[in-house]
Ligand binder design. Structure first.
Ligand SMILES: [Zn+2]
Length: 480
């Protein structure tokens, strides 16, 4: 059995002016794809896996068209060379925006379909924050999406998609996909599966999987910072029975729609000043404040100095800000050297509209793992430490801090660019606060510019009637 594997995986805020380039992607080609931890479940005896290209990036702004075109051309060339194949597995995110293009995943998957022909089953795995389209559904046979946010089931989801593909090939029973759009677009921060009502909605999915004729039931929250016609929540169901698939999709869609008014932010949430007032009077530590509008793992630029400026204005004592993406500032720290003092501009290195802070800092520590884009610097101004990174990146794991000699548990206030906290930071937050800061992934959803989205959609349109309509993949209709 010959299974080809590849894909493209990122999430792009269409509000970001900072285009992604090749440098933003981790690209796995050929043999290195199968050696990567990410794909190490592809090791079943009797199956030869044909690794193509998988390009993955931290979320950000739109991908530049030439970069996307080059990835796609290489992927398709490798796919062509891998033929003949029995199946294709694509590990996708689902919320790519390519500059000047709508529905980039639709483009990618359609191009793959054109190469493999109509008879080859295609299985896809998606992030639940991906946006699906009819064009995508019409090209695929198998779909599985994450069921947790924060995402702790990435691997299980990939295995679900891949296992359904192998089972279909072994049994000869070809599944298909049905979907139902849900005209609701909410941010991940309101729809965490740690909190109600998302928690209960997602807990129902395994029961729907168990229905006769259904294989895999999915609720897609979608990606709200994509001002694209396809941006929407939806239900996607992989099944072997068409009627059961449509019923399951309609039921999942109805469940999400009926709860639309009940989604709330998990942590204590409010404007930055109000959150800093709470942090100031907190008697426990560490307070972990999420700077939500500039969260790089949601597509934020990550170069904003809003919180740093606010802390300086308050004369704050005892804070660690991790981090701010600022390559020129990192370069200046490396030029000065550890232990030196310099005047430094922090912020606005990528997005010219991001706020800038200028101050005298001591260079506390320099981290140079090799490539210039991986360099980091820790600087101190007054009683505030700031981690500066040469590239856009999150600081969501304990190891990110340990590497820099920092202990996130030992600070009075830790500021991270994040929405809901990561699985490693959430347990140590005491308490967790989320600031509704500005940025290209700000949480003021109803007021996001909405020039291209399909309407009506909640919460852009607060009141309208809706009844779910489940639609089969065109492939499945034609194979009746
Ligand atoms: Zn996600």
């Amino acid at each position: 059995m010959r299974i080809a594997v590849g894909g493209i995986h990122t999430e792009c805020s269409t509000y970001s002016p900072v285009l992604m380039t090749t440098e933003d992607f981790r690209v796995l080609r050929g043999a290195e794809l199968l050696q990567a931890d990410y794909f190490d479940f592809l090791n079943t005896e009797g199956i030869s896996h044909l690794p193509l290209l998988h390009a993955r990036a931290v979320p950000g702004g739109p991908v530049s068209q030439p970069v996307y075109d080059a990835f796609k051309a290489e992927f398709l060339e490798r796919l062509q060379q891998a033929l003949p194949i029995d199946g294709l597995y694509l590990a996708m995110h689902g919320a790519i925006k390519v500059d000047g293009m709508v529905d980039a995943e639709g483009d990618w998957i359609s191009a793959a379909r054109a190469v493999v022909g109509p008879d080859c089953p295609i299985a896809t795995s998606y992030d639940l924050h991906g946006n699906v389209s009819q064009r995508i559904i019409d090209q695929i046979d198998i779909f599985a999406g994450y069921r947790t946010a924060p995402h702790i089931d990435t691997r299980e989801t990939m295995i679900r998609a891949w296992t359904m593909l192998i089972s279909a090939l072994r049994s000869g029973i070809r599944p298909g996909v049905a979907w139902a759009k849900i005209p609701v677009l909410l941010p991940g921060e309101c729809t965490s599966t740690e909190d109600e009502p998302a928690k209960s909605l997602y807990l129902q999915l395994p029961d729907i999987d168990a229905r006769p004729g259904v294989l895999d039931a999915n609720l897609m929250v979608g990606y709200v910072w994509a001002d694209e016609p396809r941006a929407t929540a939806c239900a996607v169901v992989t099944a072997t029975d068409r009627a059961a698939a449509k019923q399951a999709a309609a039921d999942i869609a109805a469940g999400y729609w009926s709860e639309r008014h009940n989604f709330r932010f998990g942590p204590v949430t409010g404007l930055l000043d109000a959150m800093l007032d709470i942090a100031e009077s907190a008697t426990t530590t560490p307070v972990i404040l999420a700077d939500s509008g500039d969260n790089p793992t949601g597509g934020g630029v990550g170069d904003r100095a809003d919180v740093l400026k606010a802390l300086l204005a308050r004369g704050w004592r005892g804070a660690l800000i991790a981090g701010i993406a600022d390559r020129p500032a990192v370069d200046a720290c490396f030029a000065a050297g550890a232990g030196e003092t310099l005047m430094l501009k922090i912020g606005g290195s990528l997005d010219p509209t991001s706020p800038v802070a200028e101050m005298l800092v001591d260079v506390v520590r320099l981290d140079d793992p090799g490539p210039e884009k991986e360099r980091q610097a820790v600087v101190r101004t007054g009683a505030i430490d700031v981690v500066l990174s040469a590239r856009r990146r999150p600081y969501h794991n304990i190891e990110d801090f340990r590497r820099l000699g920092l202990d996130p548990k030992a600070v009075r206030l830790l500021v991270v660019k994040s929405g809901y906290l990561s699985p490693e930071l959430a347990p140590i937050a005491n308490p967790n606060l989320m600031a509704l800061t500005d940025g290209v992934v700000n949480q003021d959803i109803a007021n996001l510019a909405s020039l291209h989205r399909s309407r009506p959609a909640f919460p852009f349109d607060p009141e309208f009637d809706f009844a779910p309509e489940a639609i089969l993949s065109a492939r499945w209709v034609e194979s009746v």
